[in-house]
Write a protein that binds this ligand. Sequence first.
Ligand code: 8X3
Length: 260
Amino acid sequence: MTEITSGATGATKTKRVAVVTGASSGIGEATARRLADLGFDVVVGARRAERLRALAEEIGGRWSPLDVTDAASVDRFCADIGACSVLVNNAGGAFGLDRIEAADEEEWRAMYDVNVLGTLRMTKRLLPLLEASGDGHVVTVGSIAGYEPYTGGAGYNAAKFAERAFSRVLRMELLGHPVRVSEIDPGMVETEFSRVRFHGDEQRAKALYRGMTPLSAQDVADCIAFVVTRPAHVNIDTLVVLARDQCGATTVHRRATEGS
Ligand code: 8X3
């Protein structure tokens, strides 16, 4: 537990510090809000400083610019934290949906960098603080894409499979240490995810959710909140969470919509 002084009266309260990456939108933002509601001292990181600043002000948290693909940025961000009980490795994403014959090596590299190496950089840097807290917790946001490959998904699939391997190895290596390791693996969530994947093509991103009800960022944040609020001896290893309309990476029930 971390002793910090907070509140208008300056009273000393015990708050656990939670770091959330990729917190400027989507699952990261929703998670930061949920954890702040639960009484965590939330530290948010992302590249978009203005959105981050507004979020931190709103939730009474701390913020600092963070690019998990840049080791120096990770160092700067982590140097200011002081203490950490929970790390939510949420920063990540998919770039493109090309078949292997047309794969763009730069996109593959970028996916590996943000999803896999970004998670490594943050976890490695914060592990001493997580251990020192006496009840640390690393929560990594993976994906159903880490279980089921799909056509056009190879680069993202590979990154998400790797992230799952990372969590599993970390759990083994930390056995006997006071740090839990959990992965939250969602299916379709309506966030900026698909717009980014399709390079800003709004129509293509929207079409993905046609006739079905995807998860919201809040739905996934609820799962993360559940995982980090279990008693210290309970480790939720893996939580796969899909919309009721989805039962596999590519198996989706769609209702007829106007014009379809
Ligand atoms: C996002 C899920 O199935 O669109 O991580 O790749 S999927």
